[in-house]
Design a protein around this ligand. Sequence first.
Ligand SMILES: Nc1nc2c(c(=O)[nH]1)N[C@H]1C(S)=C(S)[C@@H](COP(=O)(O)O)O[C@H]1N2
Ligand SMILES: [Mo]
Length: 422
Amino acid sequence: MNVVAATGGGLLERRSFLRSGLSLSVAAMATGAAHAQGNAAAPIGSRFPDAMKSMGAGDAPYGQPSPYEAKVVRTESRTAGFSVWRSPLQEQRGIITPNGLHFATHHNGVPDIAPDQHTLMIHGLVERPLKFDMARLLRYPMVNQIHFLECAGNSAANALSLTALDHTLGDLAGEVSCAEWTGIPLSYLLNEAGIKESGKWVIAEGADGGSHARSLPLSALMKDGMVALYQNGERLRASQGYPMRLFMPGWEGNVNVKWLHRLEVVDAPAFTKDESGLYTQVLKNGQIERFAFPMEVKSVITHPSGQQVLPQVHGFYEISGFAWSGRGRIAKVEVSADGGDTWALAQLHGPVLDRAFTRFSIPWQWQGKKTVLMSRATDELGHVQPSRSAWKSRYAAHSFNHYNAIQAWQVDKDGRVENTYA
Ligand SMILES: Nc1nc2c(c(=O)[nH]1)N[C@H]1C(S)=C(S)[C@@H](COP(=O)(O)O)O[C@H]1N2
Ligand SMILES: [Mo]
């Protein structure tokens, strides 16, 4: 890939790192021995680290993260029964969100549902109303698909706050995750029930306290909808809708009804509270935008990102992050290390999947100056992430759903990284 070598902000051609590791980039700079020292490998010590000298501990029936990673957790914000758990995106590599770190939004808490008590009902404008218990559902053929899931309200703070809040990436934009979902294509179940001519929409309802419900176009459900039963190879977490949820790849989180127990085929949307109140947007001209299902193209740099501190002044760093689009694959990600004056193409790390996180990276020679890092993703349909001001010009001042503007990080002279509006 051809990347502009050393753009204004010190972005490098990808191969420059592969040739020489961390040291050359530093040595090549006329910054003196002190910095090269900082990058040198530690001296080789004893061949026998302490852990080799005794018997190890026992293990647990269900594996847990290392106790040394105990700080890598979701963070909660809660108003009455409504709680949001944001994923610490800045701690993650690769593209799969570990199940324990998957973000979550619960409008009425997490219901306790025993699978042998739970059923899925399909009724309404169908030839044969059906009720499936778990044992029956588990016999259907299933598909495995890796997809992101993003709350429509992700990044609301950046949409609403007049000044950029100094938060971590997870706290700013952690209402998105990416997992392998395994389940039954909804078309199998709907076809078995037999849709009547007049059936055009489906109301999906969850078995939680607030009767969470959304209306979805039947045609889209037949094409893409899944009743998801597994998440990254194990049964869904309670937090994600155990024992089953609706999954619609690329669509706003809210329609992915958790603890799914009922699908009613109808001829028109129901205008439930969840779609008429919370999950609509007001446009600049005052018009209401509703049923805006797909999440738009977006990207975030995971490192360096908010509240991280670059461990040494001047030197080599990898800039890396996630890009995703609810409309298809990521085509390219550009990175700027000078506040948007110049841009260079980042490397996309495969697999580049449809409606999934794509990992990107680019080497960077930080020159020790105050600067602003940004990433800008483009999807295969040509949609490009807008600037914050372009995004704000489309929506009313108090609108915050579907925020996908470019995330900018200011790097201070002392290496501290902070959210900024560029
Ligand atoms: N039954 C039910 N389904 C629900 C919700 C809920 O509160 N109840 N929250 C929705 C919202 S707002 C989002 S963003 C996604 C979040 O899915 P997750 O918690 O698995 O990340 O679930 C959706 N499905
Ligand atoms: Mo959401």
